[in-house]
Design a protein around this ligand. Structure first.
Ligand SMILES: *Cc1c(COP(=O)(O)O)cnc(C)c1O
Length: 352
């Protein structure tokens, strides 16, 4: 195995009892196409005797990944449509995505960037970083830079520090946000210097990707605690996944677990149609039903917004059920009558 207890190769899966040796060739073809890595912390959580293990289901490759459906795309959310420079996506006026690396510590089998992550040499060159920084520096309307990838915390503290130094020199950048799985899947990476590297003139926010309550181990809790104590506000994002977290009890335990660790659940993503991910689909009606079930039963600070990234690069929109329904005519005049659905399902007339 590559690092202690980490899974990087098909043989590692066989050695850990996560794959029958006679299926190694078949899975080898999947892994040639879509990168494999499972950190030791996540590999330890998998029960090889459970065919429905929610951690294995996220990270262990499956032959179905090579079955591409007609409605699946290699760039489902249209990153390419808004590419401003290599590694830079500028879709919304006030914020940009900067992807300094296409590598991750762990590869999710449902990733919407799965066609572009995990290949060797997938880091921005110095010149490409310069060009991305120049794009930001030339546009005072850019308030926020979102570091994503790949996973930016694959880079060393020293390299992230150099990148943040450059962003710090641009006065109109007031927020830098990191999208990462590292504090959860490789909590040992969050060392004493990490928080100090991240604290800056601008506000540094972190959004961690977590899909199942079991991922919130003691080690993850400690890493998150170190960051929050150091003044890094934390949000989370979760992808709604069949067989992983598409049950009310699982989502409730996850969102409560996050709030307990001082992480605010931010987005629940409807699955993007990346290639070979049909086995994770949850119908939007089911997603709404799950979210409606949480309203009223789970503290408001633990409720994420259920969102869809419209295919083709048109942006993210909330897709939770709308509690307001217009009644009759006249709402344009500001005298509208509405029917509003309460958390307990009761329907009430309201004017506004
Ligand atoms: C998701 C996304 C963002 C961030 O959106 P928020 O709603 O601010 O979290 C920014 N740019 C692109 C291209 C995105 O896909």
């Amino acid at each position: 195995m590559s690092r202690d207890g980490e899974i990087r190769r098909v043989e590692d899966l066989v050695a850990r009892g996560l794959l029958d040796a006679d299926r190694a060739d078949e899975i080898g073809r999947v892994v040639d196409r879509f990168a494999l890595a499972i950190t030791a912390d996540m590999a330890r959580l998998i029960d090889p005797a459970d065919p429905e293990d929610p951690i294995a289901r996220q990270f262990v490759p499956d032959p179905a990944e090579l079955e591409v459906r007609a409605d699946e795309a290699d760039d489902p959310i249209g990153d390419g449509t808004h590419a401003a420079a290599p590694g830079l996506t500028h879709r919304y006026r006030d914020r940009v995505l900067l992807k300094p690396t296409h590598l991750c510590r762990i590869y999710c089998r449902f990733c919407f960037r799965r066609d572009r992550v995990g290949h060797a040499g997938e880091e921005l060159s110095e010149a490409e970083i310069e060009a991305a920084i120049a794009h930001v520096a030339a546009r005072p309307e850019i308030f926020e830079v979102i570091l994503t990838g790949g996973d930016p915390l694959v880079l060393s503290d020293r390299r992230i520090g150099r990148l943040l130094d450059r962003l710090e020199a641009i006065p109109h950048v007031e927020v830098v946000r990191l999208h990462t799985r590292v504090p959860v899947v490789d909590p040992g990476r969050i060392g004493a210097t990490t928080a100090a590297t991240l604290r800056r003139r601008f506000a540094t926010w972190m959004v961690i990707h977590v899909d199942h309550p079991r991922e919130l181990t003691e080690a993850a809790a400690a890493a998150i605690g170190r960051l929050v104590d150091a003044g890094i506000p934390m949000l989370s994002q979760t992808t709604l996944l069949a067989g992983v977290n598409d049950r009310a009890e699982v989502l409730e335990a996850l969102f409560r677990g996050l709030v307990r660790l001082r992480v605010k659940p931010y987005y629940l993503h409807h699955l993007d149609r990346a290639e070979g991910t049909a086995r994770y689909r949850v119908p939007v009606a089911r997603g709404r039903e799950l979210m409606n079930g949480l309203r009223g039963r789970l503290t408001g600070i633990a409720q994420p917004v259920y969102v869809l990234d419209i295919p083709g690069g048109h942006g993210k929109v909330p897709i939770g059920a709308d509690p307001l329904e217009p009644v009759g005519e006249g709402r344009e005049a500001g005298t509208g009558r509405w029917r509003v659905t309460a958390p307990d399902g009761g329907v009430h007339d309201w004017e506004g």
